[in-house]
Design a binder for this molecule. Structure first.
Ligand code: AMP
Length: 173
């Protein structure tokens, strides 16, 4: 199944900027069988981890976080780009592979009794996921780990997430 999932990820050259090889997961999402398998593979390592909430990151993280939360029987907490969440937020600025951005979380979304699984589509440099850790930990939550559909191993993101557990369904060396 891993090979079929891998084959369903499309490489788009020079998007959104020259020099970026964009991993387009829309062909995978469009297959009922592969979409389900991908979400199950994201959830599987964390079934016995006491996760209370899936925290998913706008925007492609939302496409995976919802099904994973349903599968694990947890709540879902969105982390969104600046200005999108309607209630009181905390914010983190971060650098990503192509530019900088701000992520926000509702200040009442998590408490110290929460144990969270952070979900996103791609682990690249790890800047986005690090910002998500800071937002969740800033509200007192414990990090059970991260799950990514794709890991661009050559960018070293995994090391930046140390000491947290990192799982990826498809890794590119
Ligand atoms: P980073 O913060 O560098 O780990 O980047 C991760 C975020 O940027 C994820 O939310 C991805 O959706 C997006 N991203 C970074 N690089 C790529 C890529 N090569 N293809 C697709 N998405 C990417």
């Amino acid at each position: 199944m891993e090979a079929r999932l891998r084959a369903a990820v499309r490489d788009v050259v020079d998007y959104p900027k020259p020099g970026i090889l964009f991993k387009d997961i829309t062909p995978l999402l469009a297959s009922a069988e592969l979409y389900r398998a991908a979400c199950e593979a994201l959830a599987a390592p964390y079934r016995e981890s006491g996760v209370t909430h899936v925290v998913s990151i706008e925007s492609r993280g939302f496409l995976l976080g919802g099904p994973v939360a349903i599968s694990l029987g947890t709540g879902l907490v969105p982390i969104r780009k600046q200005g999108k969440l309607p209630h009181q937020t905390s914010r983190e600025e971060y650098a990503l592979e192509y530019g900088t951005d701000v992520l926000e979380i509702h200040t009442d979304a998590l408490t110290s009794s929460c144990r969270v699984l952070i979900i996103d589509d791609v682990l690249a440099t790890g800047g986005t996921a690090c910002a998500a850790v800071r937002l969740a930990e800033g509200l007192g939550a414990t990090i059970a780990g991260h799950a990514f559909l794709l890991e661009l191993g050559f960018l070293g993101g995994r090391a930046r997430l140390d000491p947290h557990r990192v799982e990826s369904v498809i890794a590119y060396a």
